[in-house]
Design a protein around this ligand. Structure first.
Ligand code: 13P
Length: 248
């Protein structure tokens, strides 16, 4: 992690949590100094109201590419803003797989987030078979390029990226710090080909089985600017330890 980029640690609660956990998380995080890191919590939407605005950054886990209309069950960017969110996760591999979100749809959702003043946390990452075939760098480039084609590379200055290898999510099989660094460096270099300034400033988080025991080494890699945490973000103590591991 480079000192020019303030680290960000984000918790993606997925389909987990309740108001008891909200209160425990608030209590634990407010008991410690985490001013050296930006902390973002992305709980299920119905729990957002349990957090006080401005004590933490809040994010949604998904949004509609539309701003309104006949789209039952969807949530619009401006609704997330009204609920206190500053960020929204877009293109998580679970949504790409479970909800058939293509690169094109993901790009539209990134555009919708930006249009509504939200910072998208755009997730990219390869499944296991692509890693085994050693085709992961072109695969990730294609995921990025679909968004570049839609919004232009300069708009990436308002984005956060997250590299989440699908084989490392919820499996306990973390990417090694060297594997993470290889991809993060590649992503930055890929963007730098068309926008050096954007590439230098953009935050690239690592996600996939980050735990208190491996976070510091991952975050110490020069192109890893923090983490997107799933399972361990449901334990207030573990999440706090991971946030503390972002201290440079
Ligand atoms: P785990 O930390 O549980 O592997 O999940 C990572 C993730 O998908 C965060 O978005």
């Amino acid at each position: 992690m480079q000192t020019v980029r303030k680290p960000l640690v984000a918790g993606n609660w997925k389909l987990n949590g309740d108001l008891t956990l909200v209160n425990q998380m608030r209590e634990t995080l407010s008991s410690a100094d985490v001013s050296f890191v930006d902390v973002l919590v992305c709980p299920p939407l119905t729990l957002l109201h349990g957090f006080e605005s401005n004590e933490l950054r809040l994010g949604g886990q998904n949004l509609s590419e539309f701003d309104s209309g006949a789209h039952t069950g969807e949530i619009a960017g401006k609704m997330l803003i009204e609920a206190g969110c500053s960020h929204v996760i877009v293109g998580h591999s679970e949504r790409r797989a479970d909800n058939y979100e293509s690169n094109i749809i993901v790009a539209s959702k990134v555009e919708a987030a930006l249009r509504n003043g939200l910072t998208p946390v755009l997730c990219v990452g390869e499944p296991e078979e692509i890693r085994e075939k050693n085709e992961f760098l072109p695969y990730i480039a294609e995921q990025l390029d679909a968004v570049v084609d839609k919004i232009g590379v300069q708009a990436f200055s308002d984005l956060v990226l997250a590299y989440e290898p699908v084989w490392a999510i919820g499996t306990g099989k973390t990417a090694s710090p060297a594997q993470a660094q290889e991809v993060h460096k590649f992503i930055r270099a890929h963007l730098a080909k068309s926008a050096q300034d954007v590439a230098e400033k953009i935050l690239i988080l690592y996600g996939g089985s980050v735990k208190p025991g491996n976070a510091a080494e991952l975050f110490s890699q020069p192109d890893v600017d923090g983490g997107l945490i799933g399972g361990a973000s449901l334990s207030p103590q573990d999440f706090l330890s991971i946030c503390q591991a972002a201290k440079q």
